[in-house]
Design a binder for this molecule. Structure first.
Ligand code: FMN
Length: 359
């Protein structure tokens, strides 16, 4: 963790409401990354060494991405790129604009290094997002690193019309994304996780494929709380319907502990999710013989956590919560740590490490 973050930023954020702190940090990043000089300083401070990876027919300068939910509207895309992320997942975006659940809806548990959120897909909706991204595109504000867009279902759309909701967002945003992530695993939209069942998921993926004019990769994001049978169904249906890969995992409704924060309703992320998410990655890699791209996310706090995700089958990885607890120097720590680990293990590329624990 950077000294500046530990001494000044973390104590300040700790006394602020979690959502306010998040909004202020995002605002500051947007301002700082709007100028060349600001981006130069971000790169100088945080950017890691290159650690190239090729996956999903895309080139990545390193395997670490920003997880969905941190930049829902795509406000600071250039900022995340300057800080050294190898890719960015913005969103989740739903067809309709929505406010999300009543506040407070985001809670920090510092002793656990965990976050509980029940945001409920607060986002500007697909049309406004299209306009915002078009504006960014015209101003040269889209990142050069791969941009994934996470899509969810609008709360007011009934479950039986979910496929049209997802497909409308795909149609609206097709021109801006390098891949879409179909999120059927957020615990904060009533009934959403039911869309992980075979028939429903198939309908959604097929509807999205029809609107996927540029034929960019579609991935499905799964919950860490799925039973083994349900996970096997999701994997089979997603593969058969032409999905290019899977994102594992979203937040969990399980709790490692009791207490005031832990008893909040919502999805838990951060350190307490790490092992559960790594186990899911391993199960998916075993189900697919390691032949289907997995983006591993959930509880990565350092290079060792990232390494475990990779050797259990993840080709790419993402972080969210550790940015809140350990600051942006986590990016450098994780990528440079992975690079050193590869060298120590005598491996010459990241792909040689993917799934190593399964051999
Ligand atoms: C406040 C918050 C909002 C999130 N919003 C989304 C979302 O809109 N879509 C999604 O697929 N995941 C969302 N996530 C889940 C993250 O993308 C990630 O899967 C999860 O936090 C686990 O990673 P972490 O332990 O590194 O935080 C959200 C997480 C948090 C903490």
């Amino acid at each position: 963790m950077g000294l500046g973050f530990r001494l000044f930023v973390r104590p300040l954020l700790a006394v602020m409401d979690s959502e306010k702190a998040h909004a202020r940090s995002l605002f500051m990043l947007r301002i700082q990354s709007s100028s060349f000089i600001g981006r130069f300083f971000l790169r100088a401070l945080y950017s890691p060494h290159e650690l190239p990876q090729r996956c999903l027919d895309l080139d990545f300068s390193n395997p670490l991405g920003l997880a969905a939910g941190m930049d829902k509207k795509g406000e600071a895309l250039k900022g995340w790129e300057s800080m050294g992320f190898g890719f960015i997942e913005m969103g989740g975006i739903t067809m309709l604009e929505q406010q999300g659940n009543p506040k407070p809806r985001m809670f920090r548990s510092s002793p656990h290094q965990g976050l509980i959120n029940r945001m409920g897909f607060n986002n500007p909706g697909s049309e406004k997002t299209q306009k915002r991204l078009l504006k960014s595109l015209n101003r040269g504000g889209l990142p050069k690193v791969p941009l994934l867009i996470n899509i969810g279902k609008s709360k007011d759309t009934p479950l039986e019309k979910a496929s049209a909701d997802y497909a409308t967002t795909v149609a609206c945003l097709n021109g801006f994304a390098d891949a879409f992530v179909i999120n059927v695993s957020s615990p904060n939209t009533p009934g959403l996780r039911k869309l992980q069942s075979g028939d429903e998921l198939k309908k959604i993926i097929e509807a999205c494929q029809l609107k996927n004019e540029r034929q960019i990769p579609l991935l499905v994001k799964v919950s860490p709380d799925l039973s083994d049978d349900d996970l096997a169904t999701v994997v089979q249906v997603a593969q058969e319907s032409g999905c290019a890969g899977i994102v594992a995992t979203n937040t969990t409704t399980s709790r490692p502990d009791e207490g005031k924060i832990m008893s909040q309703e919502g999805g838990l992320s951060g350190k307490p999710l790490n092992d559960l998410s790594t186990q899911m990655i391993r199960k998916i890699a075993d189900l697919t013989d390691g032949n289907w791209p997995i983006i591993g996310v959930g509880g990565i706090c350092d290079a060792e956590d990232a390494w475990q995700k990779i050797i259990n089958g993840a080709s790419l990885i993402q972080i969210y919560s550790t940015l809140v607890f350990n600051g942006p120097s986590s990016i450098k720590d994780i990528v440079n740590g992975l690079k050193k680990r590869l060298k120590d293990e005598g491996l010459s590329s990241l792909n040689e490490a993917v799934g190593l624990a399964r051999m």
